[in-house]
Design a protein around this ligand. Structure first.
Ligand SMILES: [Zn+2]
Length: 94
């Protein structure tokens, strides 16, 4: 069954806040912590951030989408679809 937009957003928010392994046994491989690094240290992070409705720093957005366009067309297309489905908030450069 296809997920609704709200379900996808809720999943993305859960992934951003997932410190399960951190609390249990393996803090070095904690997805929640990796998402808080600057830039986030999680493969495919930009899709999750867009779906969650997070504001994305402009420099990290440009770096990640350039990487995707040059190295991973499937990821690039998936990012564009997330933008269509959820919109995009990019933080103004300082
Ligand atoms: Zn953590």
């Amino acid at each position: 069954m296809e997920q609704t937009r709200e379900q996808r957003r809720a999943m993305a928010i859960r992934e951003l806040n997932d410190h399960y392994d951190h609390k249990r046994r393996d803090p070095d491989n904690c997805i929640g912590c990796a998402h808080q690094e600057n830039p986030p240290n999680v493969a495919g992070w930009l899709r999750v951030w867009i779906a969650a409705g997070n504001t994305i720093p402009a420099e990290h957005f440009v770096t990640e989408i350039t990487y995707a366009q040059e190295e991973n067309q499937a990821y690039f297309k998936a990012i564009l679809q997330e933008v269509k489905d959820f919109g995009l908030t990019v933080e103004r450069s300082k």
